[in-house]
Design a protein around this ligand. Sequence first.
Ligand code: ZN
Length: 132
Amino acid sequence: MLFTYTVRSKKREELIDITNLLLDAIKRSGVNEGFAIIYAPHTTAAITINENADPTVKGDIINYLSKLIPKNYNYKHLEGNSDAHIKSSIIGCSEMIIIKDGKPILGTWQGLFFAEFDGPRERKVYIKIFEG
Ligand code: ZN
């Protein structure tokens, strides 16, 4: 089953916890054992799994990526958002998570995040649930 969600970012760059969307998709699918693919159909955003307990981790990831991939550099892309395209490719636009007993297998400190690198905007997230 395929579920589509809208995510609204509020800053140019931020990690948005979307674990609740995954829980919603699994619940609505009724699948007890299987897989979830979480996919962002965007070239300047990404999907990642990381710590959702201490919020400073999100900021550290955003800040350190910006140190590695500065906004201003000798990029050729005229839209002016090459840093966001590079970050999107490095992090990746999808994740796969195992579902067991009707719940995603996530560690105690793990959450699922939508990574915005060129907001604020309205974004789409697709979640496909498979039985298996
Ligand atoms: Zn661009």
